[in-house]
Design a protein around this ligand. Sequence first.
Ligand SMILES: Cc1cc2nc3c(=O)[nH]c(=O)nc-3n(C[C@H](O)[C@H](O)[C@H](O)COP(=O)(O)OP(=O)(O)OC[C@H]3O[C@@H](n4cnc5c(N)ncnc54)[C@H](O)[C@@H]3O)c2cc1C
Length: 401
Amino acid sequence: MTGFGGYYDAVVAGAGPAGSAAARHLVQSGARVLLLEEHRKVGSPVHCSGLVTPRTLEEANVETDLVLHKVSGARIYSPSGNELTLGDGRTRALVIDRAGLDQALASAAQRYGAHLELGAKVTAIESKGTGLHVIVERHSGTSTVTTKLLIGADGAHSRVARLAGLDGPKERVIGLGAEGTLSNVDEEHVQVFVGRSLAPGWFGWTIPLGNGRVRLGLGTSGHWKPVDGLKRLMEAFPEHFKGWVPSQWTGGTIPLWSRRQTVADNIMLVGDAAGQVKPTSGGGIYPGLVGGRLAAQTAIQALSKSDLSRKSLANYPRAWGKALGYEFQKGADLRSVYTSLNDGDFERLVRLFGNKRLLRLINREGDIDFPGGMFQRLTKLAPILWMFVRGPLRYASLWKQ
Ligand SMILES: Cc1cc2nc3c(=O)[nH]c(=O)nc-3n(C[C@H](O)[C@H](O)[C@H](O)COP(=O)(O)OP(=O)(O)OC[C@H]3O[C@@H](n4cnc5c(N)ncnc54)[C@H](O)[C@@H]3O)c2cc1C
């Protein structure tokens, strides 16, 4: 049986930010696109804290006002409670309505001509001549769609990646998040709690939403449970979490970036499915939007040549690598340094970064989307930072221009 009108130039699996961005850029160039979302509502359930840079909303290019709150800096806490305050009053990040972003992006794709099908899950693929048959499950039954290209934008546990035999992420962080109210909220700053004893391999966070509301959470890597970490964090910082009343819980997997294949014959991966997630912070909205745009650009060229082979699609990972790959490699190296630190190191680092010259540099040039180059500049001002970079990490990309 053939559903959704039969043939499409491209089928996009997943109407998250990366998938909807890819779909919109494709239809804007004249392609016939089917956007499939397994849930019955775009953007729901939310697995995200919705903290983004202004650059992210420029890339998203949607008209809806999604900004709930503005943040001008961060307070970083060592395990013993020493504090480092970053920021100089300028807006650094925006807290957004994440479900609203997904809906606005999917609507934009539809407006330009993409066909959006909700409650439609990609479950299998079959090679068919120079194209593919995509098997889609819905409540009403199973449908088969014929296409030249399948874009897997189906998130951290991408089925499309598995079906295409493309490798998954080397490392996943498990995040637990919640929204609610606290008695004392610093409305200007995000709070970040670091330490091996509190959040092994990751960190805890609170993000102000205005009017005493916050989004908070904690991530861990390895076998640690974030729920235990969050409990420990709240016990260790009772003043910061006083009066906590949760109204909504969320959680999910963060597939950290590592170098991997993102194309196969007739298949491309974007967003979390491609591991386009910042290794330092887990932010995936901005890189996923960039991934969606760049994948669409390559796809348009490949469709015009009627060559959807892996070789022809390889322009996409090259373009993504040019845009963000170097930054992500540096981020991955920074993460390796981060995971090698013990609680004593975190105490020393929080004190060390209190140095006025270092703070001035971070406040002047710090960029949440592009933190990779900062380390080298910081070590020039404070060579003592080398002390925290051990063994083979000393030869990593961090130190190259
Ligand atoms: C706790 C937590 C907090 C986070 N906070 C932030 C943050 O503050 N800022 C930030 O930038 N990033 C954050 N992230 C990361 C961010 O949420 C993701 O990187 C981002 O959502 C990736 O977008 P995407 O479009 O690739 O995938 P997703 O947003 O996961 O979208 C994938 C879509 O595909 C659909 N789907 C899945 N399988 C199929 C299928 N087989 N067929 C059809 N549809 C399918 C899903 O229903 C979903 O709608 C956070 C992540 C977690 C877990």
